[in-house]
Every structure is written in structure tokens, then in C-alpha cells.
Design a protein around this ligand. Structure first.
Ligand code: HEM
Length: 93
């Protein structure tokens, strides 16, 4: 997929900062998602997304075993990739 090519690179600290400033940004497998608007429509509820806002939600995301539909939907909220110095090695590169 060519989607990663034009994505902005964010530091983990910026993701946290946005969350502290009222946005709901999450890191899932080294990608950054803005779910500020989507959280109100999230079938799993707004609360859980607020809880992980600014953080890495990869483990819980996988634990929930989201459907193909959810995985496709995520692309809509993708805003960037995590800076390589802030990546852990759990996710895809
Ligand atoms: C952009 C990110 C996300 C998208 C697009 C998304 C989308 C969805 C969708 C479409 C469902 C309905 C079930 C399914 O189709 O799998 C769902 C359920 C759920 N999601 Fe998410 N989700 C996201 C992130 C997260 C995260 C980060 C968490 C946890 C912190 C989470 C927790 C849940 C829970 C608990 C359910 C309910 C499962 C159930 O009731 O069976 N989701 N999500």
C-alpha cells in the first residue's frame, strides 16, 4: 500500500501533547490515529478510546480482535506514523 508515503511523522511526545490538549490520538502498531470525532461512533464506546488517548493501544486493540471491517475503517483515521526512535518492536515496520 502506498498510504504510508505521504504520512506525517510524529514523535510520541506530540501524540501525548495533542491528547492533553483535547484531541483523541492513539498509536496502534507504530501508526498514529486521530479518533477525536470517530470516538462518538465507536461501537466499543468513547470511554475506552479516551482511556488510551495519547498512548500506545496496540495490545488492547489486538486483544479485542477487531473485525476486517474495523481494520479497514481505521485507515480513515490514520494521520501519521510514529518517529522511528519512538517505535517499539511490537508492530509492523
Ligand atoms: C481507529 C481505531 C479503531 C477503530 C476504527 C475501531 C472500530 C471498531 C469497530 C468497527 C467495532 C465493532 C466490532 C468490529 O467490527 O470489530 C469495534 C469494537 C470495539 N472496539 Fe474498536 N476500534 C478502534 C480502536 C479501538 C481501541 C484502541 C480499543 C481499545 C482501547 C477498542 C476497543 C473496542 C471494544 C472494546 C469494542 C467492542 C467489542 C465488543 O463489544 O465485542 N477499539 N471497534
Amino acid at each position: 500500500m502506498s498510504e504510508s508515503q505521504n504520512l506525517k511523522v510524529y514523535r510520541a511526545a506530540e501524540v501525548r501533547e495533542q491528547s492533553e490538549n483535547g484531541k483523541t490520538w492513539l498509536i496502534i502498531y507504530n501508526k498514529v490515529y486521530d479518533v477525536t470525532e470517530f470516538k462518538y461512533e465507536h461501537p466499543g464506546g468513547e470511554h475506552i478510546l479516551n482511556q488510551y488517548s495519547g498512548d500506545d493501544a496496540s495490545s488492547i486493540f489486538v486483544y479485542i480482535n477487531h473485525s476486517e471491517f474495523a481494520l479497514n475503517l481505521m485507515n480513515k483515521y490514520l494521520i501519521g506514523v510514529l518517529h522511528e526512535d519512538d517505535r517499539d518492536n511490537r508492530g509492523e515496520k
